[in-house]
Design a protein around this ligand. Structure first.
Ligand SMILES: [Zn+2]
Ligand SMILES: [Zn+2]
Length: 182
């Protein structure tokens, strides 16, 4: 059994690292996609091929990130800051954004806007609003990564994911659960 684990290890290690580094990789991919949108030959076959390659890479990276987020990663655990509860205070907006990402009433209209924004590329000067809408994904990934890093201190998660807000000022701060993890 130990042997089979050792055989599988290099592969798992690589995939784990891919999942661990998914947020910066995704941000870089989105930034590259925006940069490609500003190229004059964006509609050329090479431009389309590059964008298609990016989409495939983003999907695979996203899947690795989901896989990574299912269990406690050693590198992530080691990176939990000592002043995590203090940092959590600063990131309440990102926590709210991360939780909105699992609400279909928010996600569906957002995806419609995100996909629909591609039509702006056909309009003169439409690239700038298109780029801003696309760049919102960078913030979303950042919110997801911050939430994942500081999840034990997220007020929404600490309340069993029930969606109640602003429990920071209450007596039951989510620090209690944090202690279990650290
Ligand atoms: Zn990790
Ligand atoms: Zn949460």
């Amino acid at each position: 059994m130990t042997q089979s684990f050792d055989f599988a290890r290099p592969n798992i290690g690589l995939l784990e690292r891919w999942g661990h580094w998914a947020p910066p990789l995704l941000k870089l991919s989105i930034a590259s996609s925006i940069a490609l949108g500003f190229q004059n030959d964006a509609a050329s076959s090479l431009g389309l091929l590059l964008r298609l390659g990016l989409i495939v890479f983003v999907i695979l990276t996203w899947l690795q990130m989901r896989q990574h987020d299912r269990r406690l990663c050693e590198s992530c655990a080691a990176a939990i800051p000592l002043n995590a509860s203090e940092q959590a205070h600063k990131h309440v907006r990102k926590f709210a954004t991360a939780h909105a990402g699992s609400n279909l009433k928010v996600v569906v209209p957002y995806l419609v806007i995100l996909l629909g924004s591609n039509l702006l590329l056909t309009v003169p000067h439409g690239r700038w609003p298109w780029a801003v809408i696309q760049a919102s994904m960078i913030y979303l990934i950042s919110a997801h990564a911050t939430h994942r890093r500081l999840q034990p201190w997220c007020p929404w998660c600490s309340d069993g994911g029930g969606g109640t807000e602003q429990v920071f000022d209450g007596p039951d701060l989510p620090r209690g659960r944090g202690r279990q993890l650290v």
